[in-house]
Design a protein around this ligand. Structure first.
Ligand code: ATP
Ligand code: MG
Length: 377
């Protein structure tokens, strides 16, 4: 990702079109990009689900809904305010017209058949028709469909979930060395560190996708792992549908179970039969989540789960992970997301060292400063 961005920026363009540029970026790269874009003199058109970036950069927001684009001046927070106000006003106007329709309709229903009031009833009927047509021009935007993520557990694990002893991970040479850690049931551990440092490699080592270079990992009794990969291209069968991918994750599920899981992630009716290969980035991520949920696992390993998810889905996922009764180890660069969920933070850096701290990011950085552990060195 950093390389792709560097290729675009080095040409000093006048117009930049960026599609979710902050996905996958570590914090220093994100800050560099943000500064570059704030000082960029040309025109910038970008798509993003990153609320901070949207607030810092956008001078105009184009809101897409039901095939229409509406334009709002100001940044993202200003858009949210304007949009909420518009929705409120439209709903009040709608309600007001409704009351007038009801009032006139009552008269028509009561006196329509009476000869003496026929002319009055006719004009009231005309008023009803006019009000209804006026009402149909007011768009009242319903609540945007939001996923309802629920991650069930079939059987809880024992208290000592994973025991890492001198765990050293890497491909040919060690990336992260000698991790000693007892992962306890219910802990929510965030793994943080720069791009390319070995965070995904740790998760892949824990699920057994790659072998350890040294040390050991012991799984407690009943530990069932659910895994969400950083790239869904690594995890999903692209030629298969969402339905078949979920079935592949857990062959014991009924059609109803699968439709329920996919429905909670907003895949309706025929959508569940669409091949993953033609899906958007966000849709692929939701299929990946469905496959993980389908496993009913009591221990989740998730690699940058908010990449590609829209803001509502990110919030919803955070809520469900806070509520999740099992154990969670996740990689993320998203400060807001980490601080909502993490009970512990594992920071990893380029010399292979690591630091494990109880608490959220603030607690981690406090300890890191005290111990002279510079995450980005
Ligand atoms: N299959 C592989 N074979 C050899 N080296 C690999 C392989 N996959 C990754 N690497 C290397 O291992 C290092 C760590 O990669 P990893 O994907 O764990 O980084 P990361 O910390 O997850 O980074 P990011 O924040 O960018 O996701 C990188 O230098 C990467 O190039
Ligand atoms: Mg990674």
């Amino acid at each position: 990702m950093r390389l792709e961005l560097a290729k675009v920026l080095v040409n000093q363009p006048d117009v930049l079109v960026l599609d979710e540029p902050t996905n996958h970026l570590d914090l220093p790269s994100l800050m560099f990009l943000e500064n570059y874009l704030i000082n960029f003199k040309g025109t910038l058109l970008f798509v993003s689900h990153d609320q901070d970036l949207l607030d810092r950069l956008a001078k105009k927001v184009l809101y897409l809904r039901d095939g229409k684009i509406s334009e709002y001046t100001g940044n993202f927070s200003s858009f949210l305010e304007q949009h909420a106000l518009e929705k409120e006003q439209a709903a009040a106007q709608h309600e007001n017209i409704n009351k007038k329709i009801e009032h006139n309709q009552k008269f028509v229903d009561r006196f329509g058949a009476k000869a003496s009031k026929a002319t009055q009833a006719q004009s009231k009927q005309k008023a009803v028709d006019r009000l209804k047509s006026m009402q149909s021009t007011i768009e009242v935007e319903g609540k945007q469909a939001a996923p309802h993520i629920n991650i069930p557990i079939l059987r809880q694990s024992v208290k000592n979930v994973l025991t890492l002893e001198g765990m050293t991970v890497g491909y040919t040479t060690p990336l992260i060395k000698k991790i000693n850690l007892m992962v306890q049931r219910g802990q929510k551990i965030a793994i943080i560190g720069a791009n390319g440092i070995g965070k995904s490699t740790i998760l892949k080592s824990l699920i057994g996708e790659i072998s350890l270079l040294d040390g050991s990992v012991n799984h407690g009794e009943n530990v069932q792992l659910g895994y969400y990969a950083q790239s869904q291209l690594d995890q999903l069968t692209l030629s298969a549908s969402a339905f078949d991918n979920v079935l592949e994750s857990n062959g014991l599920l009924t059609e109803g179970d699968i439709r329920r899981i996919l429905g909670s992630l907003l895949f309706k009716d025929q959508d569940v039969r669409k091949p993953v290969s033609v899906m958007s980035g966000g849709e692929k991520s939701r299929v990946g989540l469905a496959c993980m949920i389908a496993k009913n696992a009591n221990t989740l390993l998730m690699d940058e789960p908010t990449n590609h998810l829209d803001l509502i889905s990110q919030e919803n996922l955070a809520d469900s992970l806070v509520k999740y009764a099992g154990t969670l180890i996740f990689v993320s660069h998203d400060r807001r997301f980490i601080n909502r969920i993490a009970t512990h933070v594992l920071g990893v850096k380029s010399n292979g060292q690591h630091l494990f701290v109880k608490g959220n990011l603030d607690a981690f950085f406090e300890d890191a400063e005290r111990l002279n552990f510079d995450l980005m060195q």
